[in-house]
Write a protein that binds this ligand. Sequence first.
Ligand SMILES: [Zn+2]
Ligand SMILES: [Zn+2]
Length: 331
Amino acid sequence: MKTLTWTAPNVMAIREAREPELVPGWVLLQVGGAAICGSEIAGYLGHNELRHPPLIMGHEFSGTVARLGEGVTQLAVGEVVTANPLVSCGQCRHCRQGNRQRCLSRRIIGIDFPGAFAEWVAVPASQCYPIGDIVDGALVEPYACGVRAVGLAQVEIGDEAMVIGAGIIGLMVMRILRRAGASRVVAVDTNVHRLELAQEWGATDTLTPDRINHEAMGQRLDRVIDAVGFSDTRALSVKVLRRGGCAVWIGLHENPTGLAGNAVVRDEIDIRGSFCYTDSEFQRAVDLVNAGQAFPQSRDWLDIRPLEDGDAAFAEQASPEARFAKIVLTV
Ligand SMILES: [Zn+2]
Ligand SMILES: [Zn+2]
C-alpha cells in the first residue's frame, strides 16, 4: 500500500509498505482523511521522544470499514467511521475506572502502531464511531482533546477565561468554552493571523503576549487553558488567574517548567494536566461534529490536500508563518 512515512528528521516520503495486519477484534479501514497534528510536527522535526523513524504517523483520521477481524459484529463493511486511536490494556485500575487515557500500557495508533497517513489503517472495532463526513471525521480526535480540557476546567456560567495558543486545539477550546457558558474568552498568541481566526472560533478578546497586563488580568480570570506548553506559557497561565482559579495544561513542548510556587499555595491555584480523552469525551466530540456544531461556518482555518503533498504540508506546518490551523491529507 501507499504510505506517507516519516523516514528522518524533516523528511516525509511516499513509500510502499505492507498492509497492516488484521487481528481479532480489529477492523481495516480504507483511509479517507488524516489530519496533521502539532505533536507530529514536533516528531517530524525530531523533537518528540515518543516517535522514532521510520514511522507512519496519523492518529486523527476517518475511513471506510473495508475488512472485519475475527469476532467483529458491531460494524459492517462500508460504514464510514472515525476511530479513537488510544489503545489500552482494559485490565489496569485506570482502564477499569473508565480512564483509558491513563492506562499504564497505553499505546497510540500513529505512534506505537502504523497510523493513517496510508491507504489502510487497522483499528480496534470497539473504538470506531460512525461519522457523517470524511473531513470532519478526521477532526474529531483533536476536538475530543478540547472537550476534556474544558471539562477539567469545570467552567461555570459567566466565567472569564483565557486560552494561550490559537493553534487548532486552542481554537477548539475557545469554542467549547463559549458553549460551556464562559462570558469572556481571551485568546493569546504571537501570530496575529491566528488571533483573527480566534475571533471566528469564539474569542471575545485577542492579545499578543507583550500586551498582557498581568495585574489587570489577575483580578478576573477564573480559568486559563495553556494550549502551548512552554515554561513561559505555563507560568503565564498561573500568573493571570484570580485566587482559587484553575489552570488546565494541555500543550506539550518544554518539560522543565518554572512557576511562582508560593503564589500557587497562597492563592489556592488549581493546576490540572489534560491528556487525550475518556471514551465518553470522545463520544461527545463525535456527537458535536455529527450535529454540525463543532466548527465555525468559515473554513478558512482548514486546508485539504492529497497525501502525495504531505512532505510540503509538514514543512509548511513546521514554519512559523503556517497559514492554516489544520491540514487534512486525503487518500
Ligand atoms: Zn493529535
Ligand atoms: Zn490499562
